[in-house]
Design a protein around this ligand. Sequence first.
Ligand SMILES: Cc1cc2nc3c(=O)[nH]c(=O)nc-3n(C[C@H](O)[C@H](O)[C@H](O)COP(=O)(O)O)c2cc1C
Length: 213
Amino acid sequence: MKIVTILGSPRKRGNTAAVLQAFEALVSIEHQVERINITDYHVAGCRGCDHCFGELTEPGCLQKDDAVRLLARILAADVVVYACPVYCWSFPAQLKALLDRHYCLVKWQDGEVAAALMTGKRVALLVTCGGEADDNADLIQVMFDREIAYVRGVVVGKYVVANCTTPAELGERAAATARRMVREIIGGWAGLCSEITPTPPCKSRHICNHVTM
Ligand SMILES: Cc1cc2nc3c(=O)[nH]c(=O)nc-3n(C[C@H](O)[C@H](O)[C@H](O)COP(=O)(O)O)c2cc1C
């Protein structure tokens, strides 16, 4: 399986990166993992010109930045994990720009959707935040659900790691979240022994009875 992860934080060694890295370490044993660090790329905002609607099988965006290349990597994946900190109850602007650019994947013609290039794509959301999850990391999840429904994708998991301070203090919470993500996102994959943390996980292909958070 090919898994694309997107780090939507400008901090490559921050809280989100710590949890995402733990997830990547687990899945990369059996699957191909490809990371996109959003701040390594230039993604401008959508211009809303609707030129893309005329191209049914391609993104068809006129802008010459990195967005179309990144969308191609997303479309080629079996699973995409969008990971970011909560910024002002929402997505960091760098990731929001890419999410807005997903607009070109849904082709409207004569008031109907003529094609939706992300149809059936399995995606997940991982967010970290400094505050509580409730009344804080709720809006970002609603926005994600709406966006993915719009592009006809399938949300296979949403994960909030709340009350974050530093990556070092995340400790077992990062590993536990990563294990849960593997279980729920990758599904049928051989279980991981919870005793073995954070890496290396159990490499055996049996379904381990010790899968717990
Ligand atoms: C500009 C900015 C806005 C933030 N807004 C929120 C917020 O609305 N709610 C919250 O709980 N934390 C907020 N935070 C804290 C981050 O979400 C939190 O520290 C996160 O774990 C940082 O992740 P990172 O280390 O991967 O960048 C904000 C941080 C910044 C820099």
